[in-house]
Design a protein around this ligand. Structure first.
Ligand code: FMN
Length: 202
């Protein structure tokens, strides 16, 4: 049975945002290319500064064992423990320049927008995404010939949920931990940074 970890939201939110979470237990079921296309299509329609669309993806599917094995080897050892089970493994990269070759100040932000779309579209297909900053950047740059004007941002595993029992004990326990967040008052300000916004005053 898939583990459900809905947000403990204090205000009503969109169902996909509510239900998204980052499992580490994936099953081996193949993700069809037509389904993957929907995820990339969702990423494609993200907003970005001046429509610069700096996101770039590298993906490896388990059907191509050599490519999948190599992608696994580009994660740090802690992340390899779970990402090896994901039938789709990827790296999201970001192009640092605007189309006019000037620096793009928001290229990481824009790329995060695309990943947010990607993760929510995934859930519409019962697919889950687990992102990982714990990746071997220099190895990725070398293995995938990443150009100098592109940054490697994050790795990810994608797939259908598997049983927590396939994970090492420590990770299986974390699979069941409740999800936690800061309260809105801690990050929403009006007059002065750090001072809760007056929208919270009755
Ligand atoms: C940019 C980024 C980097 C992350 N890096 C890792 C990582 O290296 N290893 C890991 O297990 N999880 C990683 N995560 C997953 C987060 O720990 C997870 O999203 C967070 O705890 C919130 O949990 P939730 O996604 O289930 O709501 C990362 C997530 C993001 C967005």
């Amino acid at each position: 049975m898939p583990i459900q970890k809905p947000a403990l939201s204090e205000h009503p939110i969109n169902t996909l945002i509510n239900d998204r979470w980052s499992p580490r237990a994936f099953n081996s079921k193949t993700v069809e290319n037509t389904t993957l296309m929907s995820l990339f299509e969702a990423a494609r329609w993200a907003a970005s500064c001046n429509n610069s669309q700096p996101w770039r993806f590298i993906i490896a599917k388990s059907e191509d064992k050599d490519a999948h094995d190599n992608a696994i080897s580009c994660f740090n050892e802690r992340n390899q423990r779970w990402v090896k089970n994901a039938p789709v493994i990827g790296f999201v990269c970001a192009y640092k320049l605007m189309p006019n070759e000037k620096p793009n100040r928001t290229y990481f932000y824009d790329t995060g927008m695309a990943m947010a779309h990607f993760s929510l579209q995934a859930l519409e297909h019962n697919l889950y995404l687990h992102q990982a900053g714990g990746i071997l950047i220099d190895k990725i740059i070398a293995d995938y010939s990443i150009p100098a004007d592109v940054d490697v941002v994050c790795g990810f595993g994608l797939g259908y949920q598997g049983e927590a029992a396939i994970l090492p004990d420590e990770l299986a326990e974390r699979e069941l931990e409740p999800r936690k967040r800061n309260s809105i008052t801690e990050f929403t300000f009006s007059n002065s940074f750090g001072e809760s916004s007056n929208i919270f005053k009755k």
